[in-house]
Each structure stands twice: as structure tokens, then as C-alpha cells.
Design a protein around this ligand. Structure first.
Ligand code: G6P
Length: 366
């Protein structure tokens, strides 16, 4: 009811603003990295497994897609990420030395549970879930788990569940790296420090809301939008486009920016807003030349840069700068303005933000 909403108009907005608290709770008590964070038997399992298979649906699938970048670069473990509803019906090659990781806010998504059982039936017995509901079927079915502490999420469009899943997946990355002897004490301390600072860093990003509202007013009259990102921010672009389409009903799709010339450039006109996730990472110069290709075709750019990206506003190029550059954890910060953009665009269009048409919070049937 209204009392629970406090100063917020919708649960989605409230849940976006709860993220500093949700992340702090999810990481509470984590003063050092150890496999036991995932269960008593995790140490032996983490030492043994040679690869990771991530299974999930929807927003949780994009959390897994982001984690693939972390796991391969930090823990040096090969990762496959699969949409649960595809994996469960596909002839795949089972590997008993794989850690099967399911990601689920509810822990009750039918396709994800079925995919897990399918993996197990094929002889993959090392299972772990990152889940927001400790009493769920998913937690019961998996040998190992990490419970995110987002708290109850009411809005159908997932927000705080996503960022807390990313926090849990980053911990998993570090714990696997450690079990493999690939995490120095100094690196461990640095990562922990960065994680501890996340709530404050997220609060600083949330303070950008007024600037994002002015962009949302321009988006409200559009019928299409393109989202671009590169590297570990490509899944963030995908999640941003999912948020926008789910609640504002604007058709949106996401592309890794290097792929523009293989198709989506044909769609670019002045009527196509192009949202770009542009932190100052190793690909920033390549991304900037991708953006020039869009500008040359009249596309209007809405760029989420960060403190170090060096992208200036100009004719047809709007820039909102996140206050800090955040290294490996940058995806957790960069998704937040995309959540706010979707929320305020939907608000401006007058759609039912918390209960978008045709969608359910938890899909417990196939
Ligand atoms: C539904 C929800 C999404 C969610 C997906 C997976 O589609 O609307 O927000 O990402 O299910 O749900 P899960 O509970 O498994 O994360």
C-alpha cells in the first residue's frame, strides 16, 4: 500500500533507490573471500571444477552474461551462459567437472529449475545457485548457494535483484579464483574495498535522477531505441533495453557496438535514440569511433560516460557522467541510470510501471 511506498510513486522506483541498502546487506559480513561463503562443501568443489555453466532466464540471464566476463578474466575459468528454456531441450555435451550455476530472484522459475534438473540428470552434480529467496525450490535443489539480500521485490521489472545477483556473482568469481590459487592477498583486499564502497557509489549515481528525467521526457515520444555497450557492459546494454521494453512498451534492442556495421546501422536515423554505456575501460576508444558512425547517420546519442571517459556533449550527443570510474564492478553502477531511464520514460507514457501488460513477476509454469 501507499504507506510502504513512502516518498516513491511505484515499487520499481522504491526498489531502484533501495539498491545501496540491498547491496550492503548482500555483502554484509563478507570481510574476506572464502569458498565457504557458498556452503561447507564449496572448497573441494571449487578446486575440482574446470568450467562453469550458468543457467537463468530474463534479467537473471543478463546477470549471468555479465559474470562470464568476470569469471573468465579474474578466475580464468571457461564459462557458458545459457537461457534455461533453451538448454533444457537442447542436446548438449555434459561435463561432470562443470559447476552448474543457476541464477534466480524467485527461486521458482519453472524453466530454470527444469534446466538444473536436466543438467543433473546428465551427470553434472556440482550445483550452485545465486538466489534471493532462501526457502525456494532452487535453494533446496542446489548443493551450494549464496542468498542475495535484496528483500522482497514487488515490481515485475527486476532492479535490486539484478544488482545483488551481480554482487553475489562477483563474490563467486573471487572465491573460485582463490580456490584455483589465482587471487593474491593484495587483490583480495582491493576487491573487498571496492565492494564495500559500492553503496556510496550507487547513492552518487542515484543522485543523477533529475538529469535522467529530462532524457526520459524526450524518450517518451519515441517508438524505437537502440542500446550499445562493449565487453562486460554489453549485457548491461541488453538489460537496459529489456527494462525499457518491459515497462514503457518502446521497442528496444541492444547490440555490442562493434557489431553495428553488420546490421543495426541500417536502422539509424534522427528518430532513433541510441543509448550508450560508455565507461572508461579498455574499449573506450573503439566505442568512440562506433559512436561517430552513429552520428554520421544522424542518430541521436545518449551516452552514460564516467569520470574518466572524456566524451563531451555536442550537437546530437547528450552525456551524463557517472561520478566515478569503477573498474570490474562498473556494470553494477552503469545499470542504475538505465533502470531510471526506463522507469521515468514509462512514467511519462503513463504505463502501469509495476505491473506491465502480459508479464508476471515469477513464471512458475513453462
Ligand atoms: C520473469 C520476471 C523477470 C525475471 C525472470 C526470471 O520474467 O518478470 O523480472 O528476470 O522472470 O525470474 P527469476 O525469479 O528466475 O530471476
Amino acid at each position: 500500500g501507499a504507506a510502504e511506498l513512502g516518498p516513491y510513486r511505484h515499487y520499481m522506483q522504491k526498489e531502484i533507490f533501495e539498491q545501496p541498502r540491498a547491496i550492503a546487506d548482500t555483502l554484509e559480513g563478507v570481510t574476506g573471500i572464502m569458498p565457504e561463503l557458498f556452503g561447507d562443501k564449496a572448497h573441494g568443489v571449487f578446486q575440482k571444477v574446470k568450467s562453469v555453466l550458468i543457467l537463468a532466464c530474463g534479467t537473471s540471464y543478463y546477470a549471468g552474461s555479465t559474470a562470464k566476463y568476470w569469471l573468465e578474466s579474474i578466475a580464468r575459468i571457461p564459462v557458458n551462459v545459457e537461457i534455461a528454456s533453451e538448454y533444457r531441450y537442447r542436446d548438449s555435451v555434459p561435463d561432470p567437472d562443470t559447476l552448474v550455476v543457476t541464477i534466480s530472484q524467485s527461486g521458482e522459475t519453472a524453466d530454470t529449475i527444469a534446466a538444473l534438473k536436466h543438467a543433473r540428470a546428465q551427470g553434472m552434480e556440482h550445483t550452485l545457485t545465486i538466489c534471493n529467496v532462501s526457502t525456494s525450490a532452487m535453494v533446496r535443489e542446489c548443493a551450494l548457494h549464496y542468498i542475495t539480500r535484496a528483500g522482497v521485490e514487488v515490481g515485475v521489472a527486476s532492479t535490486k535483484a539484478f544488482t545483488t545477483q551481480l554482487a553475489g556473482l562477483f563474490l563467486l568469481t573471487l572465491a573460485l579464483a582463490q580456490a584455483k590459487g589465482r587471487l593474491s592477498d593484495e587483490a583480495e583486499q582491493e576487491h573487498i574495498k571496492a565492494m564495500r564502497h559500492l553503496p556510496a557509489a550507487i547513492s552518487a549515481v542515484l543522485a543523477l535522477e533529475p538529469q535522467i528525467i529530462s532524457w526520459a521526457e524526450q524518450f517518451a515520444s519515441k517508438e524505437n531505441a537502440l542500446f550499445l555497450g562493449r565487453g562486460m557492459h554489453y549485457p548491461i546494454a541488453l538489460e537496459g533495453s529489456l527494462k525499457l521494453k518491459e515497462i514503457s512498451y518502446i521497442h528496444a534492442e541492444a547490440y555490442p557496438a562493434g557489431e553495428l556495421k553488420h546490421g543495426p546501422l541500417a536502422l539509424v536515423t534522427s528518430a532513433m535514440p541510441v543509448v550508450t554505456v560508455a565507461p572508461n575501460d579498455a574499449l573506450i576508444e573503439k566505442l568512440k569511433s562506433n559512436l561517430q558512425e552513429v552520428r554520421a547517420r544522424g542518430g541521436e546519442l545518449f551516452v552514460f560516460a564516467d569520470a574518466d571517459s572524456h566524451i563531451a556533449s555536442s550537437e546530437g550527443v547528450h552525456v551524463i557522467r557517472l561520478p566515478e570510474h569503477y573498474g570490474h564492478l562498473s556494470p553494477i553502477l552503469h545499470v542504475i541510470p538505465l533502470q531510471l531511464l526506463a522507469y521515468h520514460t514509462a512514467l511519462a507514457r503513463g504505463t502501469d510501471v509495476d505491473k506491465p501488460r502480459n508479464l508476471a513477476k515469477s513464471v512458475t509454469v513453462e
